[in-house]
Design a protein around this ligand. Structure first.
Ligand SMILES: [Zn+2]
Length: 132
């Protein structure tokens, strides 16, 4: 049984709370509209300290991917994968691909974030939604 839990930073809690509720919210600058991901206290674009939390659709495309065949953590027995997904709204999130992986490269495939329970904690995971 895994025990790995996210490391909570000062500005992360609204994001993790939204994931627990099954919809990803990301921090968006109230000054210029840029998303701040990972969450932070100051906008890297305009230096505003004001922000709001906005739900994103969860659609995006695989930007990069890897399958790990070596065990680094007891909670993640190999093989497991990690994918970088560029959301339609712009931010790049790291997640895992669930479901059958595509043949060949995963880059560019259309995905949709789903919400799955892992060791009693909800997390997002990407599922391929195009035909390849
Ligand atoms: Zn800004």
């Amino acid at each position: 049984m895994g025990k790995t839990q996210p490391v909570m930073a000062l500005d992360d809690r609204p994001m993790w709370d939204s994931i627990a509720e099954g919809a990803l919210k990301l921090q968006k600058c109230s000054g210029c509209g840029a998303f701040r991901y990972p969450p932070g206290p100051i906008c890297a674009e305009c230096l505003s300290m004001e922000s709001e939390w906005v739900a994103v659709d969860g659609g995006g495309n695989v930007l990069s991917w890897v399958v790990f065949h070596r065990k680094y953590f007891d909670d993640f027995p190999p093989p497991y994968n990690a994918v970088a997904v560029r959301l339609d709204e712009g931010p790049i999130v790291m997640t895992n691909l669930i479901g059958d992986p595509p043949e060949g490269s995963w880059i560019g495939h259309r995905v949709q974030l789903n919400y799955v329970d892992h060791d009693g904690r909800r997390q997002h995971a990407a599922r391929i939604v195009d035909a390849g």
